[in-house]
Every structure is written in structure tokens, then in C-alpha cells.
Design a protein around this ligand. Structure first.
Ligand SMILES: Cc1cc2nc3c(=O)[nH]c(=O)nc-3n(C[C@H](O)[C@H](O)[C@H](O)COP(=O)(O)OP(=O)(O)OC[C@H]3O[C@@H](n4cnc5c(N)ncnc54)[C@H](O)[C@@H]3O)c2cc1C
Length: 400
């Protein structure tokens, strides 16, 4: 096996990095995950995730974690209610007698159709816990914020903010959209998609935003109007996460001078920027225990490539950052983990360079297609007739 007696370092303990560590450990590889979080108790930000059969679920099955996954799926979480900006209900998946998951999906003629497909959904923090618990003790080196690395012998010496340093024969970047490791393979800058999302998380949402919490029925609410969107959903810990999304210039965050820690300021901005939206939405912005993260959406060029190195590669968002409008990013990160583990631990390749070359080629082709899909979806979801289009697509899936 190519990794026999080798030390593997994975930078970043997100979905991709943790799953890769699990799959490598199943083949007795010496692997460490260097994660910048202080410990496993840090509140995991971000939306729930629905896993796709041909990627996320396939990888969980190979990692022998499907049982743990299904024990934690939230059955109503993937059901959608679609409303307009005045909060009028236009489509309600909860009222469909035949459950969405019993329906077969039409052939995929439109990438937007993909997001109406039924899929098991899990809270991100729970999925992360499942993956953490599947690893041998001390696999994850917490509080390890990667800063730089240099070549040493045939591998790399890695340096971290806390002034520790470690040697590894093979380094895998899984440090997400703002990867620091990526620059050692590819210096290309990401391209702004034209869309910025403002993510809000409300803790104790049952108390802090009671009407919207109840309206969601434990699923998702998608709202469209004026080429803008609001999407929200609840999580198993009674928090609610929402995303305000619109076409905004790239430098909006710095130029607006908005203080995202000042909720009143953000509320004033919302009233000005979403003027025609019903005041029923204000409950989101006026909640207690509300925290914002602005997320401008970037992607890497569809034809990106780099020169393969025998002791360094990358997976997930580090390799193929893209907007989330196709709901594929975490699924792709997990499939990358599976395919890279198989290339490195199977008997198909004689050298690490050949294994990595093969892996990167497949990954880049897949990522390019997904990026194209998500950009197309982003355009459609922020178009004038987004509401009608999405309702049609959900209804078409319902009629099958
Ligand atoms: C609003 C939103 C909604 C989304 N919805 C979906 C969805 O429904 N379905 C889907 O499949 N995908 C979705 N995605 C995309 C998905 O979240 C990402 O594609 C996925 O998390 C990528 O996984 P990853 O392991 O590559 O990176 P990440 O999950 O970002 O993990 C990176 C890890 O690296 C750590 N790290 C970062 N820098 C360093 C460093 N310097 N040193 C050490 N550690 C570091 C981080 O702390 C983190 O733990 C969504 C994204 C957003 C923003």
C-alpha cells in the first residue's frame, strides 16, 4: 500500500477532512487531522445538510456510518414550504399525502430540479459528531491553526499559530473555502458570483421567533421576490438559521460599513434593502440571540487545474469553492474523501503521484459540472420569476 509507514496530515476537520481520516484509518493508515477549532464543543455554524445517494450517502456507507447517520436524520427537515415576499403560501410539501421520499424523480433536465428532490437531512453539528466519534482517540489535533509549511525531505514541515510544528509525508488540504494550504498548489484567485448571502442564526428560536418557527413545521421555508430570496429552517437544537440572499456588489461588506454585530443596524439595512417585503419577516431580524455571518459567494474557474505533486493534494471547498445553490458542496467534499482514500489505499496505482493525478482529474471534472449547475441555479433563484419557476418544479416532482 502506498501509505504504508507514512504519516498523513489532513488540514481541516470539516465533513471532507474527517471522513477522509475515517476511511484512511479503516485501512490502518497513520493519519492526523489538524483543526483550528479549540475542541469538539465549538458551536458548528451553517445549514443542515441533505446527503445525496451518489456522493454523501455512498461515502457514509463505505465509512460504515450509515446506521449512525439514519438514527439522526430529521424526517421533516427536507420538506419545503414556498412563500412569496408577502408570506402567502404557494407550495406546501407538508400537505402532500404521498410522502415526497416515496416519489421517483424525473430525469434531470434542469439543474434547479435537483433541489426539489427528497433526501435525508441531518444537522451539520450531528454529522460532524458522528464523524469525530468514528475516529481513534487523539486523531484530531485541536487548536491547530495552520499557517505555513515548507518542504522537508520528501514531505512537509507544517507550522501552526500556536507555534507547534509537525512533519508529514503527505498533506491533504481540507481547510475549506478560504484554504491556506491551497496556495501551495494553485495561486488562482476565486471569482465573485455576484451574489452575497447574509446568514443569521437564532438560538432558542421557539421563544425568540415563535411565529416563523411554527410556520416552518420543522422544515424549510423558501421565499422569493424582487430578485431576492429569504430561506430559513430550524435545527434539532431549536435554533433557526436563515439566509438573506441577493445580487450585491462584491465590496458591499466593506463599503456598507455595516456592523454585523449590531442587530439594530442590520435591521435598518434590511428595511431599506428589502423594502417591499412584508413586515412579517421582521421577526427574524428583531430576534434575541441572533448572530450574523456575511457570506459573499465565490467560485474557482470551471477550467482550473494545477500541476500534481506527489505529497500534496486537496479536497472539498479548498479545491472547489462554489455557491451553495445546488446543495452539493458537502456531498462533493465527502465523495472526494472517498475517492482519494480509495486511490491511495487500493492497489491500482504504483506511485502516489499517479494516484493523486487520477484522483484530481476526476475531482476537477466533477467540480466543474457542479459549479456550472450551482451558478445556473443562483441566477434562476435570483431572477424575476424565481417563485413561479420553483413552484412549477416542486409541483412537477409532486405529480410523478
Ligand atoms: C449557507 C450555506 C449552505 C450550504 N448548504 C449545503 C447543502 O445543503 N448541501 C451541501 O452539500 N453543501 C452545502 N453547503 C456547502 C458546504 O457547507 C461546504 O461545501 C462543505 O462544508 C465543505 O466541506 P469541507 O470539509 O471542504 O470544508 P469545511 O466544512 O468548511 O471545513 C473546513 C474545516 O477546516 C478548518 N480550517 C479552516 N482553516 C483552517 C486552518 N488554517 N487550519 C486548520 N483548520 C482550518 C475549519 O475550522 C473547518 O473545520 C452550504 C454552504 C453554505 C455557506
Amino acid at each position: 500500500m502506498l501509505l504504508e509507514n507514512k504519516q498523513v496530515a489532513i488540514i481541516g476537520g470539516g465533513m471532507g477532512g474527517l471522513l477522509l481520516a475515517r476511511l484512511l484509518q479503516m485501512q490502518n493508515v497513520n493519519v492526523k487531522v489538524y483543526e483550528r477549532d479549540n475542541d469538539d464543543k465549538v458551536r458548528v455554524q451553517g445549514s443542515p445538510l441533505d446527503l445525496h445517494e451518489d456522493s454523501g450517502l455512498k461515502a457514509m456507507e463505505k465509512a460504515d456510518l450509515l446506521k449512525e447517520f439514519y438514527a439522526n436524520v430529521r424526517p421533516n427537515a427536507s420538506k419545503a414550504r414556498i412563500v412569496n415576499k408577502d408570506f402567502e403560501l404557494k407550495f406546501d410539501e407538508h400537505s402532500i399525502k404521498k410522502s415526497h421520499s416515496e416519489l421517483n424523480s424525473k430525469p434531470n433536465t434542469n439543474s434547479l430540479q435537483d433541489i426539489s428532490k427528497p433526501r435525508p437531512e441531518i444537522d451539520r453539528s450531528i454529522l460532524r459528531s458522528i464523524l469525530i466519534q468514528s475516529l481513534l482517540p487523539e486523531t484530531i489535533v485541536w487548536n491547530s491553526h495552520f499557517t505555513v509549511m515548507e518542504k522537508e525531505n520528501k514531505g512537509w514541515r507544517l507550522h501552526f499559530k500556536n507555534e507547534t510544528s509537525f512533519y508529514a509525508n503527505l498533506v491533504i488540504a481540507a481547510d475549506g473555502a478560504n484554504s491556506k494550504v491551497r496556495s501551495y498548489l494553485n495561486a488562482e484567485k476565486p471569482i465573485y458570483s455576484g451574489i452575497t448571502m447574509l446568514e443569521g442564526t437564532i438560538y432558542n428560536a421557539k421563544e425568540n421567533t415563535p411565529n416563523l418557527f411554527e410556520f416552518s413545521k420543522g422544515g424549510k421555508v423558501l421565499a422569493f421576490g424582487n430578485e431576492q430570496t429569504i430561506m430559513y429552517g430550524t435545527k434539532g437544537d431549536d435554533s433557526l438559521m436563515f439566509l438573506l440572499s441577493s445580487k450585491i456588489p462584491e465590496n458591499w461588506i466593506s463599503e456598507s460599513n455595516l456592523d454585523f454585530k449590531n442587530n439594530q443596524e442590520v435591521f435598518e439595512w434590511f428595511k431599506e434593502f428589502y423594502p417591499e417585503w412584508s413586515s412579517k419577516w421582521h421577526e427574524l431580524l428583531l430576534s434575541n440571540e441572533l448572530y450574523f455571518i456575511p457570506r459573499p459567494q465565490y467560485y474557482f474557474p470551471l477550467d482550473q487545474t494545477w500541476k500534481t505533486q506527489e505529497n500534496l493534494t486537496m479536497i472539498g471547498d479548498a479545491a472547489h469553492r462554489m455557491p451553495p445553490f445546488a446543495g452539493k458542496g458537502a456531498n462533493l467534499a465527502m465523495l472526494d474523501a472517498l475517492e482519494l482514500a480509495e486511490c491511495l489505499t487500493g492497489n491500482q496505482f504504483e506511485t502516489s503521484e499517479n494516484a493523486i493525478t487520477y484522483f484530481e482529474r476526476q475531482m476537477l471534472e466533477r467540480a466543474s459540472r457542479a459549479t456550472e449547475d450551482t451558478l445556473k441555479n443562483g441566477e434562476q433563484l435570483h431572477s424575476k420569476n424565481a417563485l413561479e419557476k420553483l413552484v412549477d418544479i416542486f409541483n412537477a416532482t409532486k405529480m410523478q
